[in-house]
Each structure stands twice: as structure tokens, then as C-alpha cells.
Design a protein around this ligand. Structure first.
Ligand SMILES: Nc1nc2c(c(=O)[nH]1)N[C@H]1C(S)=C(S)[C@@H](COP(=O)(O)OP(=O)(O)OC[C@H]3O[C@@H](n4cnc5c(N)ncnc54)[C@H](O)[C@@H]3O)O[C@H]1N2
Ligand code: MOO
Length: 401
């Protein structure tokens, strides 16, 4: 059985970012840029007024100034500011030629129809003018390749007129929970049946990761049904099958994956929960599909997803391959660990956090099927394998959820 690190190394070797695709602004949220983007324009593209007021020449010593034009944003001045004259401008309007400053209208005094007292005294040249190119110049790189695009980046692309950019697309991730015992949330439970929680969990987790989820329905423990659905799933970048990967007579998944050309990379990892985890790759028609067989118990499915699937989804989407981030914490109470597998144990932050140190309380977790306890957890604490007793204040690494 391989270790968690060895399993991650196998996955890392099989993942490369998806080929980049030219994508319109409206579909860019949280995708990664596959190219650096240089602006084709200066920002702002013209000298513009920062206020509603009067454009003046500060060197003009006239006692009064006559307004000769009004320019609002989106329009251009047809005249220049000349001796004894001013042009009224609204915020965002281009500054007229001949003007060296703009003065807010509330700081000016009307002395007659369209005439103001010259407000130039004490006004510095350039006052209230946002100069062309003061943010950046044409030709300057404004967004670097690899950046994950948030709302502000999308705004910047719009500002520079970049309606489409090359990005790494969202991975398509097919989700297939399997098991004869599974019924949907809205259905009554018959004897021996259990509701399908892994399906909704994985579909939501995939969406939360910014990938596109493909719902393959629920597979029965029947070779023909599984073959059909798995085949469908192999058209995606990633196929997540839950259940049917351990040692039972109905654990048919690894055999069917092999039949369909999926090459097993590993099966079983030294970890609790999630030991029967399967990982394989299929290459066909120039496409590579990563296949994860997630152990059916809901907590095992979730922990395997967090530790092994998420880093792969991020790397497919253009990020560097990185294991789940951990935080250093201390135990808020004693904890006894037993067993030959490292355990990822649900814990919660025990407030208050003292001096920046995270205090974690291991929850009374009842094992791989105990989803309810996991919903109360803020972290998974990683306890190394072995039989030992930890005391209050002992250090532990934990993955935030
Ligand atoms: N002889 C052995 N038996 C088992 C081993 C082993 O090494 N040798 N490993 C155990 C471990 S650890 C786990 S975890 C489970 C995983 O088994 P499978 O991946 O084959 O999953 P199933 O047997 O199909 O289901 C396990 C459990 O989870 C429930 N389940 C399945 N799918 C869902 C779902 N979509 N939503 C909610 N619950 C689900 C299922 O009803 C079972 O109770 O194997 C151990 N056995
Ligand atoms: O590893 Mo299983 O996932 O213990 O329940």
C-alpha cells in the first residue's frame, strides 16, 4: 500500500493543465490566464476631468471668465480655453485644450450669466485633471499569465477592450455514485437502502472548485449499467466514481475501468478514511481522462476528494499541482490515536485563538459513515500512523475545510 505522498506523486505525474481556449469576458470568472495581457490603450485614454467644474488656464490673470462651452462625459470639446474664457466640464469629460486645471463648481462664484470670478489664485497646474496614461500606457502588461481572474481582473480586461482572452478552461468532471442500495433524497427508504449523499456532495464540490460537473445519475452494481455510465464519463476530463472500489463481491468498478482501457496508477492508500482509493488514467482519441474511484463511505469520499481530487482539478485548470494546504495548530484537548494508517480526523476550532495559535478540538467522530460530525468540522487534523497519546497543547498539522 502506498503513502499519501506517493499517491500525490502519481497523480502529479498524470496531470497537466488543459489546452487553453479563447474565452469571452462573461465566462472568465476564476479561470486562469494562459497568456500575459498587454494593454492596447493608455489608461485613461485622454486627459479627463476628475470633477464637475470649470476648466481654466491657471496662468490667465483675467478677473472674470466667461463660460463658452459645456462638455459632459462622452463628448469632446469643440473649443479651447482661451484668455478670459472657461469651459464647464463634467466629471469624466475630456479636458479642453488650453486648460491647465479644473476647479470644482462649488469653489467658483457666478458673477453674472455664464460668468465666474476667476478662481485661479492658489490652484496648481494639473489640479483635478487625470492625465492620459497615468495608470498605465499602451504596450504595458497589465495581467500576467497564470493569474486566476476575479471580478477586478475582468473589469480591467473590459477597460482595455479585451473582449476575449486565452485561458485554461474549466475541467469537465463527471460524477457517478454507484450502489444497488442507493436511493435519491426525495425517495422513501426501503429495507437495507441508503440515500445517495455522495452524488449531491461531489456535484456541489466540483462546482465549488470552479469546474463543470456532469451528472451521470446513479450506477447499479451491474456490469452493463456501470459500463455504459463509465463509458459516458470517460468523455470528460475527470471521472469521479464513488463506491464499489474495495473488496466486496459487488465492487466491480476497477475491473470495468480496466476493460474500458483505464490504466490503474494505484489502488489503496495508507490513509484513514479512504484506504480503497483508486486512481487511473485513460488515453483515447488524443484525450486524457483521470479516473478516481472514491471509497463509498461519505466521509471517505469527501476526504479523498479534498486530498487527491482537488489538487488535480486545480492543476488541470492551470494552477501548479499542490497538495492540500495545511495549518499548524495545537490540540485543545488530549487525543488518543490508534492504527497503522495516518488519520485525517474532523476537528473544530476551539475559540478563542490565542496569540495567533490555532486551537483544535478533535470531534467525537464515529468513522467513515459519520457525515453529520464532518459538517461541524472546520479542519481535518492529520495524525500520523501509530498507537500513541497526545496531550492538550501538542502540535498537529491540519487542513482547513
Ligand atoms: N474486505 C474488505 N472490506 C472493506 C475494505 C477492505 O479493505 N477490505 N475497505 C473498507 C473501507 S476502508 C471502505 S472506505 C469501504 C469502501 O468501499 P467501497 O468503495 O467499495 O464502497 P461501497 O462498499 O460501495 O460502500 C461503502 C459504504 O458507503 C455507502 N455508500 C456508497 N455510496 C454511497 C453514496 N453515494 N451515498 C451515501 N453512502 C454511500 C454504502 O452504502 C456502504 O455503506 O469498504 C470497506 N470494506
Ligand atoms: O478507509 Mo475507509 O475509508 O476507513 O472507511
Amino acid at each position: 500500500m502506498i503513502s499519501v505522498d506517493e499517491a500525490l506523486d502519481h497523480i502529479r505525474r498524470c496531470v497537466t493543465s488543459l489546452p487553453s481556449v479563447r474565452t469571452p469576458l462573461a465566462e472568465l470568472l476564476y479561470l486562469r490566464l494562459a497568456e500575459s495581457v498587454a494593454s492596447g490603450v493608455d489608461s485613461p485614454p485622454f486627459d479627463k476631468s476628475m470633477v464637475d467644474g470649470y476648466a481654466i488656464d491657471v496662468s490667465d490673470a483675467s478677473a472674470t471668465l466667461r463660460e463658452i462651452e459645456l462638455v459632459t462625459a462622452g463628448h469632446v470639446p469643440s473649443k479651447a480655453v482661451s484668455h478670459g474664457h472657461t469651459i464647464r466640464v463634467m466629471t469624466g469629460a475630456p479636458v479642453p485644450a488650453g486648460a491647465s486645471a479644473v476647479v470644482k463648481w462649488e469653489d467658483c462664484e457666478l458673477t453674472g450669466d455664464d460668468v465666474i470670478r476667476n478662481p485661479a489664485a492658489g490652484i496648481k497646474p494639473g489640479s483635478c485633471i487625470l492625465r492620459r496614461g497615468s495608470s498605465f500606457h499602451a504596450g504595458q502588461v497589465v495581467l500576467e499569465a497564470g493569474k486566476r481572474l476575479g471580478p477586478l481582473d475582468i473589469a480591467l480586461l473590459a477597460e482595455i477592450g479585451q473582449a476575449e482572452v486565452m485561458v485554461t478552461p474549466r475541467p469537465r468532471v463527471a460524477v457517478l455514485p454507484t450502489g444497488d442500495e442507493l436511493v435519491a433524497a426525495h425517495e422513501p427508504l426501503g429495507p437495507g437502502q441508503i440515500r445517495n449523499s455522495n452524488g449531491p456532495m461531489l456535484l456541489a464540490a466540483v462546482a465549488a472548485a470552479g469546474a463543470t460537473a456532469v451528472d451521470l445519475g446513479v450506477g447499479c452494481d451491474d456490469p452493463d449499467d456501470l459500463r455504459t455510465r463509465i463509458n459516458q464519463g470517460l468523455a470528460s476530463d475527470v471521472l469521479l466514481v464513488s463506491g464499489g472500489v474495495s473488496a466486496g463481491v459487488k465492487d466491480l468498478v476497477p475491473g470495468i475501468l480496466a476493460e474500458l482501457g483505464v490504466e490503474e496508477q494505484f489502488h489503496q492508500v495508507r490513509i484513514k478514511p479512504g484506504k480503497p482509493l483508486y486512481f487511473g488514467v485513460r488515453h483515447a482519441e488524443g484525450r486524457r481522462t483521470l479516473v478516481f474511484g472514491l471509497p463509498g463511505n461519505p466521509v471517505s469520499t469527501f476526504v479523498s476528494y479534498q486530498l487527491f481530487v482537488l489538487p488535480a482539478l486545480r492543476a488541470l485548470a492551470g494552477a501548479p499541482f499542490e497538495p492540500a494546504a495545511t495549518q499548524r495548530a495545537v490540540l485543545a484537548m488530549p487525543f488518543e490515536h490508534r492504527g497503522k494508517r495516518p488519520t485525517y480526523h474532523p476537528c473544530k476550532v476551539n475559540a478563542p485563538t490565542e496569540g495567533g495559535v490555532l486551537h483544535l478540538e478533535p470531534l467525537n467522530w464515529r468513522g467513515s459513515a459519520d457525515l453529520a460530525t464532518l459538517t461541524r468540522a472546520t479542519h481535518l487534523a492529520a495524525f500520523p500512523a501509530g498507537d500513541y497519546q497526545l496531550v492538550h497543547g501538542d502540535a498537529v498539522d491540519a487542513i482547513p475545510l
